[in-house]
Design a protein around this ligand. Structure first.
Ligand code: NDP
Length: 310
C-alpha cells in the first residue's frame, strides 16, 4: 500500500516531486479547509513533513491516530509539540547533520564581520572617506575568548572553526560535554569572561530572552554578540538599548524578532551586522536538508533505522 504523508511545509521542488511520486501526499499548507482535510485523511496519515516554523500541535497530532513518524525539514523544532509525540512514542527526525557546517560558516562570517567592523570598512572605501585618511586601527582576534551558548551539532562546528582562528573556547550547556573546552554552567559568567558570545541553543519558551540585559552588560562595551539561533533567545529591546548606549560593543545577527520586518531601531544602529536568516540558505544545503527528510521517510517505510532521529 502507498503510504500517506501529510505535508505542512514542502521540500525543495525536486525533492517534493520525489516525495509525491512515492507517497500519497496531502498538502495541509495549500488547503483552504485544513479541518476538513484532517477529518477526511487524518486517519490514513502515517508520516508528517513539517519544520520548526510550521510546527505540529498536540491537537493536530491527536487527529492523526496512525502517525508513526514526524520528519522536520529544519533543525529548529520549536513549533513541534515534542511532548505529545513522546507520549505516543512517535519518533522525530531533523536535518541538523546536513546543515551544521553551513550555519557554522555563517556564524564565523558574522563573527569576523562584527569583530573587524566589516560594514564600516566597506563604507570607508565606497564613500571615498579613504582619500581623507586611513581607517582607525582595528583589534586582533587571536587569543580572545569565545563563549558558545549551546554546544550541540552546530555549536560544535562553530568551535572547530574558532579553534583554527586561535580563539580560547568556553561554553554553556545544561549538561557538560566531554570536549577540550571549559564548561561554564552560568551564562552570566560565560558572558563576563568572553570577548565574543555566539548563541546557538534551540528557540522556544525555555530559552526565551535568556540573553538578557545582565548578560549583555557582562559581555560589555568591547564585547560582540553573535546570534545564529533564534531571535527569541535574546531580549531584543535590552539589546538595542545596550548597543545604543555603548554598554555592548556590537552585535552580528542572522536572526531577530519580527522577521522579516526587524525593528528599525535595530537596523538603524551602526554597530550591528545583519543577515536575513540565511544560516542554512545555500542551494547545496537546502537540497541536502530536503534529501535528509526523504531519507528518513524511506528508512521508516522500509523498516530500517532512521537516519537522523532527534
Ligand atoms: P542541538 O540540539 O544539537 O544543540 C543544542 C545545544 O544547546 C546543546 O548543546 C544543548 O545542551 C544546549 N541547550 C539547550 N537548551 C539549553 C539551555 N536551556 N541552556 C543552555 N544550553 C542549552 O541543536 P543544533 O546545534 O542542531 O541547533 C541549534 C539551533 O540552531 C536550532 O534549534 C535552530 O533554532 C538554530 N538554527 C538556526 C539556523 C539559521 O538559519 N540561523 C539554521 C539551523 C538551526 P544541553 O541539552 O546539555 O543543555
Amino acid at each position: 500500500m502507498i503510504p500517506a504523508v501529510l505535508v505542512l511545509q514542502p521540500l525543495s521542488p525536486a525533492r517534493q516531486s520525489e516525495l509525491e511520486a512515492a507517497c500519497e501526499v496531502h498538502r495541509l499548507d495549500l488547503s483552504d479547509e485544513p479541518d476538513l482535510l484532517l477529518d477526511r485523511f487524518g486517519p490514513r496519515i502515517e508520516a508528517v513533513v513539517t519544520d520548526g516554523h510550521k510546527g505540529l500541535t498536540a491537537a493536530q497530532i491527536g487527529r492523526l491516530p496512525n502517525l508513526r513518524l514526524v520528519a522536520s525539514g529544519s533543525a529548529g523544532l520549536e513549533g513541534i509539540d515534542r511532548a505529545a509525540l513522546k507520549a505516543r512514542d512517535i519518533p522525530l527526525t531533523n536535518p541538523a547533520v546536513a546543515l551544521a557546517e553551513e550555519v557554522a560558516d555563517v556564524a564565523l562570517m558574522l563573527l569576523l564581520a562584527g569583530w573587524k567592523a566589516l560594514p564600516a570598512l566597506d563604507a570607508h572605501v565606497r564613500t571615498g572617506a579613504w582619500a581623507n585618511g586611513e581607517f582607525p586601527l582595528g583589534r586582533a582576534l587571536q587569543g580572545r575568548t569565545l563563549g558558545i551558548l549551546g554546544l550541540g551539532t552546530i555549536g560544535s562546528a562553530v568551535a572547530k572553526r574558532a579553534e583554527s582562528f586561535g580563539l580560547r573556547i568556553a561554553y554553556t550547556t545544561r549538561t557538560p560535554r566531554e570536549v577540550p573546552y571549559e564548561h561554564e554552567p552560568s551564562l552570566f559568567r560565560l558572558a563576563e569572561r568572553s570577548d565574543i558570545l555566539v548563541v546557538i541553543v534551540p528557540g522556544g519558551p525555555e530559552t526565551a530572552k535568556m540573553v538578557n540585559a545582565e548578560v549583555l552588560d557582562a559581555l560589555g562595551p568591547e564585547g560582540l554578540l553573535v546570534n545564529v539561533a533564534r531571535g527569541s533567545i535574546v531580549d531584543e529591546p535590552a539589546l538595542i538599548e545596550a548597543l545604543a548606549t555603548g554598554r555592548l560593543g556590537g552585535a552580528a545577527l542572522d536572526v531577530m524578532w519580527n522577521e522579516p520586518r526587524p525593528d528599525p531601531r535595530l537596523t538603524g544602529l551602526p554597530n550591528v551586522v545583519l543577515t536575513p536568516h540565511v544560516g542554512s540558505a545555500t542551494r547545496e544545503t537546502r537540497d541536502a536538508m530536503s534529501a535528509n527528510v526523504l531519507a528518513n521517510l524511506r528508512a521508516h517505510f522500509a523498516g530500517e533505522p532512521l537516519v537522523s532521529e532527534v
